[in-house]
Design a protein around this ligand. Structure first.
Ligand code: DOR
Ligand code: ZN
Length: 345
């Protein structure tokens, strides 16, 4: 008899859908399994205003294949010129579910991000007042800070001071990669959540750098040493409501990954649920997978859990494409370095 696992339909609390041909190619990979996703606003140019978010939402829905259901949860890209009134209106209309903070220069298309936090004080105070969460890319960008320390330093130098200065601000620490972030998140109250990606549960920095450089494992924040990966596994599989899935599935064409200066991002939308089921099974936590993928995120965002369910069954090795074809060129699917045996029915 085959083993099966039924879960409330999952949501992805951190996703890059891009635009145009790339959007059309990657959207079905997420919509096949996920009901909703927090959609990142780091397009070129970024999604800064409510009007831009509304237009982007329309383009996403227009790209959705017939017969598929998917709800994009829109975000605004925080700049030092962001207008608190526009943010409040976009939230009040139900369009926008979070504002995204990129420290300027931290990652892909973050040039318009924040340099001086004093300049976004008004927006953050408005967000605290209306209960709109701030999703944070938590890395400092100072060139004198080692790239493997950027998350831990950010918590001390930026995140904690900003939270203390803005009581009531709801914050999501996104794609956490360190035991420092796990410890910090675990010690906070219900106004803080933390997302964990699929790939950071699977790879450590050796996978990127040992035995030849592997651009498809390069993402930001970069994967850290094994002790940090194990801390992330423990947090994700703990069932704690503080932690939920944000895949940060971030498609780039192979042409843009395999360069002397290649783009950061792992594309995991296609096989995320098979990988997660395997990770949770390995850690004897299959009964807590649903909390991570389907319950804790809606609870943090104050949204209902999905009515529908999905069923995974365990059997022969799952097959999935190693690449997704797009009109811009192929996008390589994340390789979890092992056969997967849980398949979404
Ligand atoms: O690896 C990443 N890719 N990290 C980010 O923060 C951005 C993302 C992207 O947009 O490609
Ligand atoms: Zn991201």
């Amino acid at each position: 008899m085959s083993e099966t696992l039924t879960l409330r339909r999952p949501d992805d609390w951190h996703l890059h859908l891009r635009d145009g041909a790339m959007l059309r190619a990657v959207l079905p990979e997420t919509a096949r399994h996920f009901a909703r996703a927090i959609v990142m606003p780091n397009l070129v140019p970024p999604v800064v205003t409510g009007a831009q978010a509304a237009a982007y939402r329309d383009r996403i829905l227009a790209a959705l294949p017939e017969g598929m259901a998917f709800e994009p949860l829109m975000t605004l890209y925080l700049t030092e010129d962001t207008d608190p009134a526009d943010v409040a209106a976009a939230h009040a209309s139900g369009l926008v579910k979070a504002v995204k903070l990129y420290p300027a220069g931290a990652t892909t298309n973050s040039a318009s991000g924040v340099k001086t936090f004093e300049n976004v004080r008004g927006v953050l105070e408005k967000m605290a007042e209306i209960g709109l969460p701030l999703c944070v890319h938590g890395e400092v960008v100072d060139s004198d800070v080692d790239i493997f320390d950027r998350e831990a330093v950010f918590i001390d130098r930026v995140l904690d001071p900003v939270r203390r200065a803005t009581p009531g601000l709801r914050v999501v620490m996104e794609h956490i990669t360190t035991s420092d972030a796990v410890d910090y998140a675990s010690a906070q109250g219900d106004d803080l959540g933390a997302t964990i990606t699929t790939h950071h549960l699977v790879i450590n920095r050796n996978h990127i750098l040992a035995g030849g450089i592997k651009p498809h494992y390069y993402c930001l924040p970069v994967a850290k040493r094994e002790t940090h990966r194990l801390a992330l596994r423990k947090a994700a599989t703990s069932g704690s409501k503080r932690f939920f899935l944000g895949t940060d599935s971030a498609p780039h064409t192979d042409a843009n990954k395999l360069l002397p200066c290649g783009c950061a991002g792992c594309f995991t939308a296609t096989n995320t649920l098979s990988i997660l089921a395997q990770v949770f099974e390995e850690d004897s936590a299959l009964d807590r997978l649903e909390a991570f993928t389907s319950l804790n995120g809606p609870a943090f965002y104050g949204l209902p859990v999905n009515d529908e369910t999905i069923t995974l069954s365990k059997g022969a090795a799952v097959t999935y494409p190693s690449q997704i074809e797009t009109e811009d060129g192929p996008v390589t699917v994340f390789d979890p370095l092992t056969e997967l045996h849980w398949k979404v029915d």
